[in-house]
Design a protein around this ligand. Sequence first.
Ligand SMILES: NC(=O)c1ccc[n+]([C@@H]2O[C@H](COP(=O)([O-])OP(=O)(O)OC[C@H]3O[C@@H](n4cnc5c(N)ncnc54)[C@H](OP(=O)(O)O)[C@@H]3O)[C@@H](O)[C@H]2O)c1
Length: 295
Amino acid sequence: MNVLVAGATGYLGRYMVNELVRHGLNVRVLVRDASKLDDIGPYHAPTIDRSAVEIFEGDVTNRESIQGVCKEMDLVISAVGLTRNAYGHSFYDVDYMGNKHLLEEAEQSGVQKFTYIHVLHGEKTDANILRAKIKFCDELKRSSIPSVVIRPTGYFSDLTNVLKMAKSGWIFLVGNGQARMNPIHGSDLAAFTVHQSLHKVGEFDVGGPQTFTYDEIAKLALRVQGRSERVFHLPSQPILLFARFLALFRPHQADLIKFFVLSMSTNGLGEQFGERELESFFRQYKLLEENEEVI
Ligand SMILES: NC(=O)c1ccc[n+]([C@@H]2O[C@H](COP(=O)([O-])OP(=O)(O)OC[C@H]3O[C@@H](n4cnc5c(N)ncnc54)[C@H](OP(=O)(O)O)[C@@H]3O)[C@@H](O)[C@H]2O)c1
């Protein structure tokens, strides 16, 4: 079976590629810059062995640059999305139009299935990041290609922000800290995604094996950093007002703030899957960061 992974240089994409290779599948990766494959990925996600994959360089926002990318592929998995940096693009450009270009390529090449990494409760807000993702899901529903939509909770990688705050000994949470979520490790999410992509069709809400309130995650991060408990709760309304003001000149950052406030004030619970625990991830991440500082 031939599988294309788009977004292979990202946090999740790297685990996905390695999981597919472990399954003995033929993997093609769509990347903007192949040299990134040799480096450790975001949040210490693994490198990718170039000899184990076929490489296609292209940018999903540029339709011509990805022409032929899906040729001879049976399955396409897209983990393409804007997360931390925008590089001049909007969520509409990448999460919607970019994925739409990829879907059009998949349709032209007769791909059998298209898997898309969406987000849990993506339908609940007016943040542009979610609007773009929902719009793409609508395209997928209209397409003749059977699809799998994975709707994950927060990734462990996202919670490293809490771990970083804990290092200073002060954690600021938005809301009362009581919203619950079951975050998931990239490796567990990759295993779930590959399994569903090979065997199912439909939409799947998924998270990791443990459920926490945000307060509990904050306390865990402080414990891992060896700090005493100092968690502060900020009301969401002033932050949302600030985001509206920021949107006038930094729309990408403003949108991420809106998304962040929403995430911290809503329960984010998906089907419990996987075995990796947040505390081990935090401890390992802390060690890796400390080693990097020494180097
Ligand atoms: N992080 C979370 O907690 C979370 C939770 C739920 C859902 N999600 C969604 O899951 C997906 C993957 O998340 P992640 O944390 O793995 O993100 P990530 O590390 O930022 O990876 C995103 C990938 O998309 C690629 N990409 C971006 N723009 C592109 C373009 N124009 N052409 C080709 N490739 C492009 C990036 O390539 P470069 O390396 O070249 O930049 C990277 O490989 C995203 O759609 C995200 O919104 C994330």
